[in-house]
Structure formats: C-alpha cells, structure tokens
Design a binder for this molecule. Structure first.
Ligand SMILES: *Cc1c(COP(=O)(O)O)cnc(C)c1O
Length: 411
C-alpha cells in the first residue's frame, strides 16, 4: 500500500522511522516506556530552539522576542525558553513565580492581565517586573503600593487600540474591552503617571491572536506603530519599550496555510526606519505564545479498546477532553474540526480505516478525532495529537470526571 498523503501540515516536520514517529530523537514507543504511563504531553526541546531560530532569521535583529508564558507554563519549558528569548510575558502570580525562577532579568519580564491582586503587584514591584497597566484604577493601586514599599514601580500602559486585528482567531483589542486603557484616554493616563512615583517604560498594544494572514498582521503592525507614535507625543521623555503584540498563528486544521513569516519580517524591515525617526530610543518587542511552542508539543494517549457501533469504529483511549480541551473542540465548538492525529507507532499502517478517537469521559464531546482516516489501530497503540504544545494541559478541565492527570515531559 502506498504511503498516505498527510492530511495536515505538521506531519511534514516530524520524522518517521520504521513507521514509528520519532520524538526527541527516539521512537515514540521508547519514549512512552520511559515516561512510564499514558496519557502524556511531550515537548521537543530541539523544536522549540528551531522555532526561535526561524524567527530570528526573519525578523529584524533589533526586535526583541518575548515568550508569552500562558501558552505553556510548564516550568521546564519556561526555563528552556528563558535561555532563547529576550523576555517573558506573564499573566498571573503563578506564572510570575515560575518566571522569577529563571535566569531572566526581572526587568525583562512584563506582567499583563486584568484583576492583578495586591499580593501579585507587591511581588512584581519588589522584583522589578514591568507591570502592564490595564486600567487607571490599577495605576493608582500600583502607585500606592510602590509608595508604601519605597520603590518606584516599573510600569507600561496597555493600550486598548482603536482598531482590530483582522482575520484573528481571538480579538483582544478594538471596541470596549476589559483589556487595556482605551487609546483616547491614554493622554490623561500619561499626565497622571507624570504626577505619580512611577517609572514609565512604554506601551503594550496587543490586538489579537491566532492569525495566519500576513497581510492582516502587517496592517496591524502599521496601525500599532502609528498609534504608539501618536500617543508618545503626550509623554515628555523617550519611550523605552513598545510591545507591539504578536498574534502569529499556527495551522491547526486541514487546508490551513502557514503564516508567511518572511513577508511579516520584510514588512517590519521596511517600516522600522520610519518608526525610528519618531521613536529613536525605543526597544520594540514582539510577544508570542503558541507560535513558539505549539508545534513542538504532542499529546499521547493509548488505545484501551476498539469498538464498532453500527458500522462506525471508535478507538477508546485513556486520554481526552479533560487533558486537551482545545483538540476536543472546546466543549462544543460550533463547527468542530480535527486536530492533526496519527497512530504514532504505525503512522502509515498496513491497513487504514476511518475511525473516531474518543476518551473515557461520559460525554459525546470527549472526542479527539472525529471520523478521521487513520492506520487501523489495536488496543495498546499510541494515538498522537499534534500542535499540542500550547493551550493544552493548562487550558483543560483536568478535574472533570476525576480521571488521573496527564504527565508532561520535555525531551
Ligand atoms: C495570550 C496572550 C499572548 C499569546 O497569544 P498567542 O496566541 O499564544 O501568541 C500574547 N500577549 C498577550 C497580552 C496575551 O494575553
């Protein structure tokens, strides 16, 4: 039988030997023995490093690259990323603790997100983490805490832009939002910063996520720089930093095209000299989560049973929605699509069939693959879900149905 055509983009990047997927330089079957039990997530260190190198190759060298930790907060992954990127972006006190355990300079760690607690703010201020302020009320709290601690807190203004990132999977700016200070109110905020004991760093302008269209990202970059230049005119000193967000997407579903990173990089190289004229001393930062880590990770579960119901094959596995909500379709997405899935220990397989991969939860939503063409699998075989290095375990309802937790390994 001829080798099947990969149905999804990511398979092209993974090596297959003797019909077994290779992960972290070893066959998946050996990795599963080493981990000792299924299900597990495996993140490939070499692949993480390669992704950062790819970005360095295409983006202008003067741009700093930050890792947005919420995409994958596993401490070992964060430690590895901290050696590769120029800064870490955190969004909670828990992420702050992990970030401060890395060798990263706290001044290169920035803390965004609404509803920061006073305890989180005290920790950030004491450590010298940059606080991306989401509201004027937060600014006043930060200033008051800084005064009590006799420290000038490092702050940036998160701006809710007056535009949206088009074709974005998740819109994070434009219109009314819980994130950031509305662009039109920022001049007043800057005046107040000048009256308070705050060490102003610059702006954070994040407009969306999971975007595969270079043209949309390029347009957002142009509008972001224009907005930053307009707002910077309201601050008497230079802007130290300008975080222009990220939003670089990865292909999850059949037919999705990779983001044209070369085009995004070339456009930045074209527009940066013009930006420099207005913001000569400003460090430009791009923050990325999933683009850095998603494709380096797989989720592996084991087939417990093969079941045929009215002619349809179900592979019942020990993993599912409780570990990997996004691959299951987020509790009933309007149109559910399959993540890339293979039987990892028989990728091409002697025989192929159409099967659904389901988990052990008592809900029809517990589905990792819906009627996909896969190698014919037997109990004991390993089911692999690709594109699982971001928003996997930490973004899943792990307590739902009280099944055992999944392990995570960095290989
Ligand atoms: C979530 C988030 C990111 C990361 O988004 P990705 O789509 O994973 O790249 C970056 N910046 C901010 C402010 C975020 O909230």
């Amino acid at each position: 039988m001829s080798a099947p055509r990969p149905q999804h983009a990511p398979l092209e990047q993974f090596e297959v030997r003797d019909d077994c997927l290779q992960v972290g330089g070893m066959p998946l079957t050996r990795l599963a023995e080493r981990v000792g039990s299924t299900p597990f997530y495996a993140y490939d260190r070499a692949r993480l490093s390669e992704r950062v190198a790819l970005l360095r190759e295409h983006l202008p060298p003067e741009i700093h690259l930050h890792y947005a930790m919420k995409a994958n907060p596993m401490p070992a992954v964060v430690q590895h990323m901290a050696t590769l990127v120029d800064g870490l972006d955190i969004a909670s006190g828990g992420e702050q603790r992990v970030a401060l355990d890395t060798p990263m300079d706290p001044g290169l760690v920035s803390f965004a997100g609404p509803g920061k607690s006073d305890a989180d703010l005290r920790c950030a201020i004491a450590a010298g983490v940059v606080l991306n302020m989401e509201s004027d009320a937060e600014m006043e709290r930060i200033a008051a805490i800084g005064k009590r601690m006799a420290i000038r807190p490092k702050v940036a203004v998160r701006v809710n832009p007056d535009f949206e990132l088009k074709s974005s999977g998740m819109k994070m700016g434009g219109g009314p939002k819980q994130f950031g200070i509305d662009a039109e109110l920022v001049p007043a905020t800057l005046r107040r910063i000048g009256e308070l004991e705050l060490d102003f760093q610059g702006f954070h302008i994040y407009s969306g996520s999971q975007n595969l269209k270079a043209a949309a990202i390029q347009e957002a970059h142009e509008k972001t720089f224009a907005l930053a230049i307009r707002l910077a005119a309201h601050w008497p000193g230079p802007l130290r930093t300008l975080n222009i967000g990220g939003g670089f997407g990865i292909p999850y579903f059949p037919g999705e095209q990779r983001l044209d990173l070369a085009a995004v990089g070339a456009n930045l190289k074209r527009i940066l000299p013009g930006v420099r004229e207005h913001l000569p001393d400003t460090q430009v930062v791009i923050e990325l989560g999933r683009y850095l880590v998603a494709e380096a990770g797989i989720y592996v579960s084991r087939v417990i049973e093969r079941k045929v119901s009215r002619g349809q094959v179900y592979l019942v596995t020990d993993g599912g929605l409780h570990h990997h909500l996004s691959a299951s379709g987020n509790f009933g997405q309007v149109i559910r699509k399959n993540y890339p899935v293979v039987i990892g220990n028989r990728v091409a397989g002697g025989e192929r069939e159409t099967a659904s991969v389901v988990g052990p939860l008592c809900t029809p939503l517990d589905l990792l693959a819906d009627q996909m063409e896969l190698a014919k699998a037997e109990p004991g075989d390993l089911v692999v879900v690709f594109q699982s290095g971001a928003y996997g375990l930490s973004a899943s309802p792990v307590s739902f149905l009280s099944h055992p937790a999944a392990l995570e390994v960095l290989v």
